[in-house]
Structures are given as C-alpha cells and as structure tokens.
Design a protein around this ligand. Structure first.
Ligand code: GDP
Ligand code: MG
Length: 310
C-alpha cells in the first residue's frame, strides 16, 4: 500500500492586472473553461470584483478584477490610486499580464502602483508581502529568442515571484501558472461551490454588483451589513432579462439610508447596478430592488444558507 499524502486545501484571491487588450479576459476564459461573461470592467468602478472562480482538487482560486489599476496613472485621480493600492494589498497573489515586447508607459504605470502599495505595519509595504507573478502573454506571436530580452527588462523593474510565459489564447503555460498559483495560496476553505455553473455565477455576480452599488452609495453608513439575494430572474423572448433582488440590512435605520429621500438613493443604486448588469449580461435589463430588514443575519447560519451563502 502506498501512503496517501494529502496536501491541505488552499484558497485565496488573485488579482489579474494589465493594460487593456493584453489578454486578461482571454486568460480567465481559458482557465475557467467556460465563457466568463464579466469581461468588461467599468472604468469608474473603484472596488474589486470577482471575475471568475477556478476550483481544482487542490485549491480554489478566486480571480479578482481591480478596475482602477488598468488606467494610466496620470489619468487616475488620487483617490482612485489610493483605492487601487488598497484593493491590491488585500490580494494573496497579483498576476501582472504584459505583452511580449518591451515595457510601455502603461505597463510602467502599473508597476509603479504595485511598488507603492499600502504600507504594512512594521515597515515596508504590502508589496513585499504579496507575490506578483509576471505573465508574458501572447507568446504564440513571437519567436522564443525574443522572449528572453523581454523577461530581462521586466525582471529589472520589479522583484517578480514568478515569470511565466503563456498564451492565454492557445492555452500554453496554464498548468505551470495554476501550479505556481496553487503553491503560493494560503491554506483555506472552498468559499464557493465548485460546480457553480455559469448562470449561477451570473446570479452571484449580479448580487455582488448590487451589493457594490449599495456600498458605494452609502459609504460608511451601512458598514458591510447588506446582503443581496436575487429572487427573480426571467428572460423574455426579446432578450430582456428581468431581475428582482432583495437587499437585506440589519436595522430599520439602514433601510432608510439605502432608500433615501423619496426613494432617490435606491433609484440611483438601481440605475448604477442595472448599467453594470447590462454590460455583464450583454443585454437589456429590467431591475427591481427591495430593501428588507433581517435582523443580525450575519450571525444566523440558517439565514446565511437561505441567502445562498451555503
Ligand atoms: P483584456 O482587455 O486584457 O481583457 O484582453 P482580451 O482578453 O479581451 O484580449 C484582447 C485581444 O488579444 C483579443 O483579440 C484576444 O483574442 C487577444 N489575445 C489574448 N490572448 C492572446 C494570446 O495568447 N495570443 C494571441 N495571439 N492573442 C491573444
Ligand atoms: Mg477584458
């Protein structure tokens, strides 16, 4: 009999950053093996968003988009830069994707952001803690001999934890990438069911979008106390998707804050969410939102299950 050595399950958050058109969405689609439709990030979105979940026998990798970071720094407001840095410092790994050519200003701007991440207690910056892997994408378009100088140039710019040449389009380098990511993730649970199908994923993403808009609209007034449950999802023959969702809060006061004067705040939350959902689903959306008080839902397991956090 051979002894079975079972490694601890790992999980964590991996941010994919890189300039537009470098192949981030293609990488996700290839890694996750199904069309992950949330590929376009709204330029003004300041928060992180789950864009894909990959579950293997060993690990669950939750891929995160950090929209602000894809814009050149000189066009970023100070607040956006701050948010982008904060967002990155919460990651377990950052994947920086580049083209197989010399670094351009857009790449350098992102590297500057990576270098300047939020300082951590005890000196240094979060940069020294969170590994950054360099992915040189589109290697199918260049001769191997051209890759080495590109690698050299990038290595001189940042202490990358790994440098991995890939072709997101052809699927080259995916095993190496997943291996490297898995090895660097901390031990952790399966946060999401592994058989999360596309439609469930879309429902989940829709609820995350709504939650994000609630948080953005209310800032500190509703501190992470809102949960969102999609309760209706109907696709009409003309392609319009009609969605209904409950926003749960813990207290009456929070309900009032979310609804706002004459319902104005809920209305603008709905409009902002609808726009993002439309770009996620690539179709017209009708969105209905209701705010409900569910006292201390966070502490009640039964409610969590009911809300889809099983
Ligand atoms: P994103 O803006 O970073 O999300 O980039 P996309 O994933 O949308 O890809 C931009 C373009 O690059 C698309 O036309 C892709 O087909 C193409 N692309 C992505 N990865 C590769 C690759 O590995 N090789 C080649 N040749 N093209 C790629
Ligand atoms: Mg994209």
């Amino acid at each position: 009999m051979t002894a079975e050595i079972k490694a601890e399950f790992r999980s964590g958050y991996v941010s994919i950053v890189g300039k537009p058109n470098v192949g981030k969405s293609t990488l996700l689609n290839t890694l996750i093996g199904q069309k992950v439709s949330i590929v376009t990030s709204k330029p003004q979105t300041t928060r992180n968003r789950i864009i894909g979940i990959k579950t293997t026998g060993e690990a669950q990798v939750i891929f995160i988009d950090t929209p602000g970071i894809h814009r050149p720094r000189h066009r970023l407001g100070e607040l956006m830069v701050k948010r982008a840095r904060e967002a990155l410092s919460g990651m377990d790994i950052v994947l920086l994707m580049v083209e197989p050519s010399r670094p351009l200003p857009a790449d350098l701007a992102i590297i500057r952001l990576l270098k300047g991440r939020t300082p951590v207690r005890g000196g240094g910056t979060a940069a020294s803690k969170t590994p950054v892997f360099l992915l040189i994408n589109k290697i199918d378009t260049v001769a191997k001999a051209k890759l080495l100088p590109v690698m050299d140039q990038y290595i001189g710019l940042y202490p990358f934890g790994e440098v991995i040449p890939v072709s997101a389009l052809k699927g080259d380098g995916m095993d190496i990438l997943l291996r490297a990511v898995t090895d660097r993730l901390p031990p952790g649970p399966k946060y999401y069911p592994e058989d999360l199908a596309t439609d469930q994923l879309e429902r989940f993403m829709v609820s995350e979008i709504i939650r994000e808009k609630v948080m953005e609209a209310t800032e500190e007034e509703v501190p992470h106390a809102a949960a969102v449950e999609v309760i209706e999802w109907a696709e009409r023959p003309d392609g319009l998707v009609s969605i209904g969702a409950n926003i749960y809060v813990e207290r009456m006061g929070q309900k009032g804050i979310i609804i706002g004067k004459q319902g104005m705040r809920l209305k603008s939350i709905g409009t902002a969410a609808r726009r993002d959902i439309e770009s996620l689903l690539n179709t017209k959306v009708y969105l209905d939102l209701w705010v409900k008080v569910k006292a201390e839902w966070r502490r009640r397991e039964a409610n969590l299950i009911e809300l889809g956090f099983k």
